[in-house]
Design a protein around this ligand. Structure first.
Ligand code: ARG
Length: 265
């Protein structure tokens, strides 16, 4: 399995601590909030309600994902280990609480990593499931029209740099960050393939380790959720001046559609 953290661009002592604290299995997630009140996670997020984001998937290697179809999960390329037959991944869906007895758990059969993925840009992959999950899917943006405004992020990842993976799904809202601002923060940004979001001035809200592969989404003009990003990388989490970097879904929409067709064939 790929280390889902490879996209942290600066190795640091903090990175080593974070690695030690990272738990890869949903079952070992801890730090469960005890009530519905705001609790810090994603980073700076609050608990999602059961059924609020029914397309959200937790993947057993410690990543997030979204149901692209009922039996294909869209996630990050850096969450998977190349393309081909793969029965090693378990997708958990239908619940906000990963320990809910009603959780739907389905194994993978095949993985398709973005063609040409080499660790920079193109951070998307599809995972084919052994059987469909009976939950609503999340449509993907196939134009740049929605690459602006406020976005919703959600995941079971760390609630702080080096923090624990979460038992309950957390959500937050982050504003779009334009390419010029993001490029100033990250020289290595691939502006055509990546989309940035976060509170650049104050920080405090972001995705973090273990959220990778999960969707960043907003409402479209008809009021439906639409996916504009895939959690990819950032320097630390929620730092001022360091927005989160997301795969720009609209750039790859045609490739993703073609890949899904190929997985179904
Ligand atoms: N690469 C991380 C993962 O594997 C996601 C990091 C997101 N970081 C951020 N600051 N938005 O889970």
């Amino acid at each position: 399995m790929r280390n889902p953290w490879k996209h942290i661009k600066r190795a640091s002592a903090l990175g080593a601590v974070a690695l030690a604290a990272f738990s890869l299995t949903p079952g070992s997630a801890s730090a469960a909030p005890t009530g519905p009140e705001p609790s810090p996670s994603v980073v700076g997020g609050t608990r999602a309600a059961q059924g609020e984001f029914p397309f959200m998937v937790r993947l057993s290697m410690g990543c997030g994902g979204a149901l692209y179809t009922q039996d294909i999960v869209l996630t990050a390329a850096h969450c998977v280990d190349g393309s081909g037959a793969d029965t090693s991944i378990t997708a958990t869906a239908g619940v906000v609480d990963l320990q809910d007895p009603d959780a739907i758990e389905v194994k993978s059969t095949e993985v398709l990593q973005a063609p040409g993925y080499n660790g920079t840009g193109k951070d998307w992959a599809l995972i084919k499931l052994a059987e469909p999950i009976d939950q609503p899917t999340l449509k993907i943006a196939d134009t740049t029209d929605y690459n602006e405004g406020d976005f919703t992020i959600a995941g079971w990842g760390a609630d702080a740099e080096g923090g624990d993976q979460q038992r309950y799904l957390l959500k937050a809202t982050v504003p779009f960050v334009d390419d010029a601002t993001c490029k100033a923060a990250y020289d290595e940004l691939v502006a055509d393939e990546e989309l940035c979001a976060g509170k650049v001035d104050e920080g405090g809200v972001d995705t973090c380790q273990g959220d990778s592969g999960g969707p960043m989404f907003r409402k479209d003009d008809s009021g439906q959720w639409i996916q504009v990003g895939i959690v990819s990388w950032g320097e630390g989490c929620a730092r001022p001046g360091k927005p989160g970097v997301y795969t720009e879904v609209s750039t790859f929409a045609e490739d993703i559609k073609a890949a899904a067709t190929q997985l179904d064939g």
